[in-house]
Design a protein around this ligand. Structure first.
Ligand code: MRU
Length: 356
């Protein structure tokens, strides 16, 4: 869904159901899927109709409400027991992005703590899902603006490299890494964005470029293996990526290929930023080695459309994410400001304190 300024909103509550932009069909088809049952929401997350850490958190929050309204009992304890089954189903969809678990926990806590009848509780759950949606949009705008404070001061117009899609499509709107790109564009600080194509699912080629084209942001697409060469040529002034889960020490899981990008950035003394809301930080994990990494169907590697790329007899390994060690990250840009990875704990204390 876009508004008159071509802003993209991938998850919208309307007509008593959830309207999702079908991200598996972009950029060739801009279509929507109407979701009115929790099982369908779980399927939409699993099949990546909706994807990107904050967006799947928002979608799962609505999924909890959709599940709640399917439960036919006026008994609170029975209702909560059934709702836990809905939560389990939604939690089982994708393992890495902690926003999914964060949003489900917030919804379940709301259910536990709310007083009133089951019918009232259902309305409170809808309101909470809508709040999560609205807050994420504001959070992304704040991340974008905080990003401006840490981008290199020179040259006046920067070329930023991004990986995967951490844009409006991956959030409630505006984006995290692409939020920084958008804010830089708005302030006249952006020359252009380089987008990695992001094998195997090509979120950079299909989604990031689509978003940029919608808004007239100049974008250059490269294949993933061209990034280090572009850095060496002096074409890139900073790298900005999103995250799916950040451990307490600042290690950050993001789309596969992010880690090698960070190594290349370090080798070329290029600042490497991770832009993410605090709902992406898992303070319970001391470091990134404990982040669960999703493995996806090898078809994503060996098949493009109807074409099989490989001979028979080949084995495959298809991790969807990797973990970039904190020491390769210049700063983590959150809605509360930008922090050195080691200072993440301070991000929770107050809004603009301890900025780097
Ligand atoms: O597998 P995806 O497309 O859900 O992976 C998305 C990413 O890795 C994003 O960079 C991340 O979720 C941050 S989105 C603001």
């Amino acid at each position: 869904m876009t508004n008159s300024h071509n802003q993209v909103y991938p998850v919208i509550w309307q007509n008593n159901s959830v309207s999702l932009i079908d991200q598996t069909r972009l950029p060739n088809e801009y279509t929507f899927v109407e979701i009115s049952r929790s099982e369908d929401m779980a399927r939409a997350i699993k099949t990546m109709i909706v994807r990107g850490a904050p967006a799947i958190g928002v979608a799962a929050a609505y999924g909890i409400y959709l599940g709640a309204r399917e439960i036919e009992t006026a008994n609170r304890d029975e209702f909560l027991a059934h709702l836990e089954k809905v939560a389990e189903l939604l939690r089982s969809t994708r393992p890495t992005a902690v926003n999914l678990f964060w949003a489900i926990s917030r919804m379940m806590r709301t259910a536990d703590e709310s007083i009133g009848t089951v019918e009232e509780l259902k309305q409170t759950l809808l309101q909470t899902a809508q709040n999560i949606n609205a807050e994420d949009l504001q959070t992304c705008q704040a991340i974008g603006d905080h990003g401006l404070t840490v981008l290199p001061a020179t040259p006046a117009k920067l070329t930023l490299l991004t990986h995967c899609n951490a844009g409006a499509l991956a959030t409630a709107g505006y984006g995290t890494a692409l939020g920084v790109v958008r804010s830089a564009w708005r302030e006249g600080r952006l020359e252009r964005v380089f987008a990695d194509e992001t094998r195997p699912r090509l979120q950079g080629a299909k989604l990031t470029t689509w978003e940029c084209v919608q808004e007239g942001i100049p974008v250059t697409l490269i294949t993933d293996n061209m990034a280090a060469h572009c850095m060496k040529q002096g074409l890139i002034h900073a790298v900005v990526v999103g995250a799916d889960r950040i451990a307490a020490n600042g290690d950050a899981a993001n789309k596969i290929g992010t880690y090698s990008l960070a190594i290349a950035a370090k080798a070329h003394q290029i600042p490497f930023f991770v832009a993410a809301p605090l709902s992406t930080v898992d303070f319970e994990l001391s470091d990134g080695s404990k982040i669960p990494i999703e493995e996806r169907n090898p078809e994503e590697i060996y098949q493009v459309g109807e074409t099989i790329l490989t001979p028979t007899g080949v084995e495959f390994y298809n991790p969807a994410f990797d973990v970039t060690p904190a020491e390769l990250i210049t700063a983590i840009i959150t809605e509360n400001g930008a922090f050195a990875p080691g200072d993440l704990a301070k991000s929770q204390k107050n809004a603009i304190a301890q900025q780097i």
